[in-house]
Design a protein around this ligand. Structure first.
Ligand SMILES: [Zn+2]
Length: 295
């Protein structure tokens, strides 16, 4: 997942042109196959080394800097579009969006106002979806079937509503693609702060755990909690979890039961995003990520 290109004022969402080229060159040299995100939903397409690239928010820098580089490497891109900003300062306009569509970019839904959804009413969430679908349909003559949550923030309620409109939905927590998480699919954020070749290497090699499950399941945690359970049917041996919120990473007590880790944090997570990254590194890298929003 990328956002901005060559906009060095925003290191947490930006990638420089040189960094992007180094990523794409690495992946090309490793002989990955690139497909559109919509094609990931079919299991026969994900059996070999496969990557999908997504770009969120439709910043002008994607049009001016990012897309020409992707085109240079002949790599397909999916753009998640929030419709209210179209034509605004530093955002693409409809002519440019029609142009990228004609050049093979797949355009999907990222709401109208780019609001965090878990705190909105059901009515407001539906309005965000229906309004943006209508605007995209009117201006681009397409009907998106995929969705990305603004800020990667979801909840059980939000996911249920999104499922009424879309075939799958994406967060912005790290992790290997797995269709088991159809309405909260992870993506590896790539930006100036996380842009090293090691990051690309680990992200591209990451495989999903089978049937892994973190509870509480609802990604909107209200009230906050110190206790979590990670179920891993394949066994918990060798799994390490790195957990952090806006105050930093947690010390934690872990109790190992059969195929389960009981995780107790040393402090209550603060309001905002709480991220889990659980990995197992053997001959392969297995990577499970999850993002909670704490009220
Ligand atoms: Zn966004």
């Amino acid at each position: 997942m990328y956002h901005r290109f060559g906009e060095i004022k925003y290191p947490s969402t930006n990638i420089t042109a040189e960094q992007l080229r180094s990523h794409l060159e690495y992946l090309r040299d490793e002989e990955y196959k690139f497909i559109q995100v919509k094609d990931l939903l079919f299991p026969e397409n994900t059996k070999s080394k496969t990557i999908s690239i997504t770009v969120d928010d439709a910043y002008l820098s994607f049009y001016e800097v990012g897309l020409p580089i992707f085109e240079n490497y002949n790599i397909p891109v999916t753009l998640f579009l929030n419709t209210e900003n179209v034509g605004g300062d530093n955002y693409m306009n409809w002519d440019q969006l029609r142009d990228v569509l004609n050049r093979g970019v797949d355009i999907q839904n990222h709401t109208h106002t780019h609001s965090s959804l878990p705190k909105l009413s059901e009515e407001k969430i539906k309005e965000e979806i229906e309004k943006s679908q209508k605007i995209i349909n009117k201006n681009l003559n397409i009907s998106p079937n995929l969705f990305a949550y603004p800020f990667g923030e979801a909840s059980a309620k939000v996911q249920n509503i999104v499922a009424q409109y879309f075939d799958a939905a994406f967060g912005q927590h790290s992790g290997a693609f797995s269709i088991d998480q159809r309405y909260y699919i992870p993506r590896f954020p790539l930006n100036e702060n996380y842009s090293s070749i090691e990051r690309i290497r680990d992200a591209s090699k990451a495989l999903p755990f089978e049937n892994i499950f973190l509870s509480p399941k609802d990604a909107y945690l209200n009230p906050s909690s110190k206790r979590f359970v990670l179920e891993v049917p394949g066994g918990t041996k060798g799994i390490n979890c790195y957990i952090r919120d806006f105050q930093g990473s947690f010390e934690k007590k872990i109790t190992n039961l059969q195929n389960k880790l009981l995780i107790e944090l040393n402090r209550l997570p603060v309001s905002g995003r709480l991220r889990f990254n659980c990995t197992k590194i053997e001959s392969e890298i297995y990577w499970f990520g999850y993002q909670y929003l704490i009220n």
